[in-house]
Ligand binder design. Structure first.
Ligand SMILES: C[S@@+](CC[C@H](N)C(=O)[O-])C[C@H]1O[C@@H](n2cnc3c(N)ncnc32)[C@H](O)[C@@H]1O
Length: 225
């Protein structure tokens, strides 16, 4: 999979994409990431990417010309998907993330300031995508979130396939609790069943705990079954 990111802050990606699974996915050639500076697609000498909103009001808006130019210069073909990161988009879920895997190329447009000229959403982007009901100052962190989620899903990126299949959201429930050494920390013990060696009992206990936590924190997931 190829991912192109269009941003006015290319430096923000340099540490996040050179660590962990995203780095491994790139090393294994499962993922190619290209970061493009929106200012390189401007024509004036000040490389201005924003302007005040028509109709008045606070803040600045990212102009559409450089964004169209940037996307048109990197887009490969029909299997490319152009995504505008926006709080007004459909919310990213694990299920939605998996649907992105069918595209050969994702082009992610990171907004800033008051947002992006609406003609980008209307005539350039295939969809708007939000990472949740809150407002960040730019689309860079949402783009990083999407890339991280996708990198873990690329076949071969995560060593143990099972660890992905058993994670939260995979079976309309949250994950179960995990423990590791030491057996006793301060006065808190690891649940006895996990030390029993009885795999059937351990599985039942894990399912029960996963269900309890889902009921408590995310009862909406249980309705999806
Ligand atoms: C300050 S926000 C603009 C918010 C916009 N005025 C609104 O109220 O919907 C600037 C940029 O950050 C990004 N952004 C902010 N929150 C986001 C979210 N929850 N999901 C995805 N992108 C987000 C978008 O790219 C957006 O254009």
């Amino acid at each position: 999979m190829r991912i192109d990111i269009i941003t006015i802050f290319p430096q923000m990606f340099s540490t996040v994409f050179t660590e962990g699974i995203v780095r491994i996915a790139q090393e294994k050639k499962l993922l190619n990431i290209y970061i493009h500076n929106l200012r390189d697609f401007t024509q004036d000498k000040h490389k201005k990417v924003d302007a005040p909103p028509y109709g008045g009001g606070a803040g600045m808006v990212l102009r559409c010309e450089p964004i169209f130019k940037a996307v048109e210069s990197v887009i490969l073909d029909k299997r490319s998907r152009v995504v505008l990161l926006s709080p007004q988009g459909r919310v990213l879920t694990q299920k939605r993330a998996k649907q992105f895997l069918k595209y050969q190329q994702l082009i992610l447009i990171c907004g800033r300031y008051e947002g992006v000229d609406e003609r980008v959403a209307e005539y350039l982007a295939d969809e708007e995508l939000s990472i949740g009901d809150y407002i960040l100052s730019g689309g860079e962190i949402p783009a990083m979130v999407l890339v991280d989620v996708l990198a873990r899903l690329l076949p071969g990126a995560v060593g143990d396939k099972q660890s992905i299949e058993k994670e939260s959201f995979e079976q309309s429930r949250l994950d179960w609790p995990h423990y590791t050494r030491p057996r006793v920390f301060r006065r808190w013990r690891v649940p006895r069943v996990l030390l029993s060696g009885d795999h059937r009992k351990i599985e039942l206990w894990r399912k029960k705990k996963a269900l309890e936590k889902t009921k408590e924190n995310r009862p909406d997931l249980l309705k999806e079954v």
